[in-house]
Design a protein around this ligand. Structure first.
Ligand code: GLU
Length: 440
């Protein structure tokens, strides 16, 4: 084995400019955060330097500039990325985000987290991620379709069921997956449903994929609640975000667990009612108006982040990264944080929450339900034989419960927070595959 790593000190030697990283605010750059988190795990695992260095970088990343004809007749050029982070355990897998603030570093970080995510639930895949810098809320359906197809044309040669398999993420939907699988079929001259997941049911999608991220998180929360003796049916919840993850979480908590959702944060503020919100009415209102404003039956808070500091039992960040930082972590009152978003908590905040004894269910464990059912979708596509919803849920439950237990045990054993516990489980698995392949 090569010389032992010195952990985070290695970060000092990076020529950030040469690798296209922005060094302006390292404490909030998601990719630098991902590298720091890895370094903490590398130290405890005593990873050799070569393994650590390989795991700090994507094996491959692609940039493309997509010309798209807009409804006004003009062509607009969109910047797009696909990052294949690590494929030692299988084809890379991860969603595509459509977001105005997308950067190569966020996509790299998200691709790294996908690598740890698929490893923590022990499915035979690697990690990847994609993104397009765009504002989908300001685009027509036709523009979105042309943009989605352009993305597949640019990256088709790098995608495929045995290579790299995209899926939905922030602001991407089953309809977008449908356009993408169709464009891929045109290019290949044949249907290949397993090249993308999160598809509509009528087009090779899986039962249970729509709410899989939230449902998987709820299974993890159920196991964690046993450890801290929290009665989930009597608990109160505040949710930031009501998209692919947050809205389904609100529904499951409200309709199935019987818990009280008191607040939901969205792009232009939050709705709050300590007696409990009518989550269905809010969803109807928000879908129609794209705003929290004007919703009856709740107080309107100015910022979506405000929900994180409310006096509730469980906080569910289900929006974007860097929401819980050293600036607000000290004010969090919840007993448990269910991270359905990717990267919502910074390392400084992790330390504060650990000191306070908050049960944090870290993102790449808590939100792994989405990719787990995506993997089930790939399996069903390969066999052309589809499962009942009950079977999907049962198998998802097994995966999430096993993953939680592995992480919790690891964190207890090393007396570290759950995120580091999760890193120890995942990094060990990926490093083992790299070693067996003879990479390091
Ligand atoms: N975008 C989701 C995530 O961050 C799902 C990825 C997938 O299904 O491949 O986990």
């Amino acid at each position: 084995m090569a010389e032992k790593t010195n952990g985070s000190a290695m970060l000092e030697n990076v020529d950030y400019h040469a690798v296209g990283m922005s060094a302006t605010d390292p404490s909030l750059n998601p990719f630098m955060i991902a590298q720091r988190q890895l370094a903490d795990a590398a130290k405890i695992l005593k990873l050799d330097d070569a393994t650590h260095e390989m795991l700090r970088w994507p094996i491959r990343e692609m940039h493309a500039h997509l010309p798209v004809r807009m409804d006004n007749g003009k062509v607009k050029v969109f910047h797009a990325f696909r990052v294949q982070y690590n494929d030692a355990r299988g084809p890379t897998k991860g969603g595509i985000r459509f977001h105005p603030d997308e950067t190569i570093d966020t996509v790299r970080a998200l691709a790294a987290w996908m690598t740890w995510k698929v490893a923590v639930v022990d499915i035979p895949l690697g990690g990847g991620k994609g993104g397009i810098v765009c504002d989908p809320l300001k685009m027509s359906l036709g523009e979105l379709e042309r943009l989605s197809r352009a993305y597949i044309r640019a990256f088709a040669r790098l995608l495929g069921p045995e290579k790299d398999v995209p899926a939905p993420d922030v602001y991407t939907t089953p309809q977008i997956m449908a356009w993408m699988v169709d464009e891929y079929a045109v290019i290949q001259g044949q249907n290949q449903f397993g090249m993308i997941t999160g598809k509509p049911l009528a087009l090779g999608g899986s039962q249970g994929r729509g709410d899989a991220t939230a449902r998987g998180g709820v299974y993890v929360m159920r196991e964690a609640a046993k450890k801290i003796k929290l009665d989930l049916a009597k608990a109160t919840y505040a949710i930031q975000g009501s998209g692919n993850a947050g809205w389904f979480a609100a529904q499951i908590i409200n309709d199935e667990i019987g818990g009280k959702v008191v607040a939901i944060g969205e792009i232009d503020g939050a709705v709050y009612n300590p007696e409990g919100l009518d989550v269905h009415k809010f969803h109807e209102h928000f879908t129609k108006t794209k705003s929290v404003k004007g919703f009856k039956g709740a107080e309107i808070l100015p910022n979506s982040k405000d929900v994180l500091e409310l006096k509730v039992d469980v906080v569910v960040p289900a929006a974007l990264e860097n929401q819980i930082t050293k600036a607000n972590a000290g004010r969090i009152k919840a007993k448990m944080i269910l991270e359905l978003a990717n990267g919502p908590t910074t390392p400084e905040a992790d330390e504060i929450l650990f000191e306070k004894g908050v049960m944090v269910l870290p993102d790449f464990l808590a939100n792994a339900g989405g990719v787990t059912v995506s993997y089930f979708e790939m399996v069903q596509n390969a066999y052309q034989y589809y499962w009942e919803p009950e079977l999907v849920r049962k198998r998802l439950d097994m995966k999430m419960t096993d993953a939680f237990n592995a992480v919790y045990e690891m964190a207890q054993k090393h007396k570290v927070h759950n995120r580091l516990g999760a890193y120890l489980v995942s990094v060990h698995r990926v490093a083992e595959a790299m070693k067996l392949r003879g990479w390091v």
